[in-house]
Design a protein around this ligand. Structure first.
Ligand code: SF4
Length: 158
């Protein structure tokens, strides 16, 4: 079973109440191969909600207590919810024996390799989202919708 970001399956769990539907990920769900999760909702965040980004760091630094997850005006600190959501995502991954996760690129929770840079301007920086980092630290191989072809070629060559 593959853990996938719910918004990639068309679930309206995005901060603005929308989704990031990717038909290739939805197909995996329809074939019974995927389990959708939304770390931000699992952490207790409402939908719709204020957008948050990782300020002065990445998911690894948030896990290590060295960076925070804040709203644009910096008044809303969602770090604890992001950490809870990451841990719940890991619990689900373990319970379904997930070897792979396909997560939403650039998100402060789900992004892998690159994430938004904390300026809420659409700019990116190197690093992983909080949930992606925790899953990665626990041995789950992570792809995003931008590296899906790599995932499919890996699967086809098994
Ligand atoms: S936390 Fe992940 S699954 Fe939830 S809306 Fe954001 S990118 Fe999608």
């Amino acid at each position: 079973m593959i853990l996938v970001s719910g918004c990639l399956c068309g679930v309206n769990c995005k901060y603005n109440g929308g989704n990031n539907l990717d038909e290739r990920v939805l197909k995996l769900l329809q074939e019974g191969k995927a389990m959708p999760i939304c770390p931000e909702q699992l952490g207790g965040q409402a939908t719709p909600r204020v957008a948050h980004e990782i300020i002065d760091g990445d998911g690894a630094m948030v896990l290590d207590g060295k960076a925070r997850v804040l709203s644009p005006d910096k008044n809303d600190d969602a770090t604890e919810e992001f950490l809870k959501g990451a841990n719940e995502a890991l619990n689900i991954a373990k319970s379904i024996g997930a070897e792979y996760a396909i997560l939403k690129a650039r998100s402060p929770s789900c992004g892998f390799g690159k994430i938004y840079d904390g300026t809420f301007s659409g700019n990116k920086k190197d690093g992983n989202g909080v949930a992606a980092e925790l899953l990665y630290r626990n041995g789950i191989k992570i792809f995003t919708e931008e590296t899906l072809e790599e995932f499919f070629s890996k699967e086809n060559n098994k």
